[in-house]
Ligand binder design. Structure first.
Ligand SMILES: *[C@@H]1O[C@H](CO)[C@@H](O)[C@H](O)[C@H]1NC(C)=O
Ligand SMILES: *[C@@H]1O[C@H](CO)[C@@H](O)[C@H](O)[C@H]1NC(C)=O
Ligand SMILES: *[C@@H]1O[C@H](CO)[C@@H](O)[C@H](O)[C@H]1NC(C)=O
Length: 273
């Protein structure tokens, strides 16, 4: 909350820019699949539990089986460009960079991948990638996170044949430094969700990277995740809330001044767990 005033970007966006965005959105949009049409419900995602899936991942080697909570969803009704898993053209990886997270340190990844079943007909799938806080340095900062601990997330896309919403499902958590074995801190799942979306604490906020500005509004949804610790890795308690983010591109190179994801970085430079 202390940072929220920093997060307001005064943008005097013109109707001209909005007009350009409309055109570009169409130009960049996902082409219709030759086999099926993307089918995104108004909620922006399908509840995995309605089709045999779960918002708890499966962590390998846990007995009895336990998982991490998927506690943030990027709605499938977000701009199409944001749902494309790429760093260019304002894609998903650029959106992650806009709030201070980049792909893992030099592509290294410790630990077995986690699997999740999003109820989309594809069954259990390995995470697409692990994304870590970059400490303000997109090239090397996630290495610092790997050593020092901190916030990170894994994600999966709900795009199987029976529930093709295009939504991005993120399991965020906050872990201890490598010296302490990278365990999740107490309350680390709810806390991870909280810091991942801190700059949207007013439920709407803007972040930018590489000339693209994203406007995100957040809605907290209950009933998708369990409340409590049953089936949760390390027996950590959950408040049961999932943050659903609706993301639109409101500025792009040439149309808007560049602004980086100040808010999260400010928070981390003034906070230690
Ligand atoms: C996603 O972005 C890539 C560029 O990295 C582009 O080649 C591809 O066509 C885009 N995919 C869709 C479905 O728009
Ligand atoms: C996930 O990755 C692991 C290790 O690479 C592999 O053994 C496993 O079969 C994969 N799971 C799925 C569902 O592809
Ligand atoms: C984000 O940008 C949009 C478009 O310029 C603007 O209308 C909105 O007020 C901004 N939101 C915040 C929280 O600054």
């Amino acid at each position: 909350m202390i940072t929220s005033t920093l997060c307001f970007v005064s943008l005097s966006i013109t109707s001209l820019v909005l007009g350009q965005l409309e055109t570009n959105k169409k130009g960049r949009g996902l082409p219709p699949s030759p086999l099926r049409r993307r089918d995104t419900p108004s909620a922006g995602y399908f509840n995995p539990a309605s089709n045999g899936g779960s918002l708890l991942t499966q962590v390998s080697g846990t007995s009895p089986p336990a998982g991490e909570p998927i506690n943030v969803i990027v709605s499938g009704n977000s701009d199409k460009a944001v749902l494309n898993d790429t760093e260019v053209n304002g894609g998903l990886r650029n959106f992650f960079l806009s709030f201070g997270f980049s792909a893992e340190c030099l592509g290294q990844h410790s630990g077995a991948p986690q699997e999740a079943n999003l109820g989309d007909g594809d069954g259990f799938q390995n995470e697409t990638a692990v994304i870590r806080l970059d400490y303000g340095n997109p090239a090397l900062g996630s290495c610092e996170e790997t050593v020092e601990g901190g916030n990170h997330f894994r994600y999966w896309v709900q795009n199987g044949p029976s529930a093709d919403s295009g939504a991005v499902f993120m399991a965020t958590s906050y872990e201890q430094p490598i010296a302490q074995g990278h365990n999740i801190v107490p309350n680390g799942y709810d806390f991870g969700r909280y810091v991942a979306i801190l700059q949207y604490a007013t439920f709407q906020g803007n972040t930018s990277f590489d000339g693209f500005t994203y406007q995100t509004s957040v809605q907290y949804v209950s009933g998708l995740l369990p409340v409590g610790s049953s089936g949760v890795n390390h027996g950590i308690d959950l408040d049961g809330l999932v943050a659903v983010m609706q993301v639109s591109i409101v500025g792009q190179p040439g149309g808007q001044p560049k602004k980086t994801g100040l808010c999260v970085q400010y928070f981390f430079s003034h906070y230690s767990y």
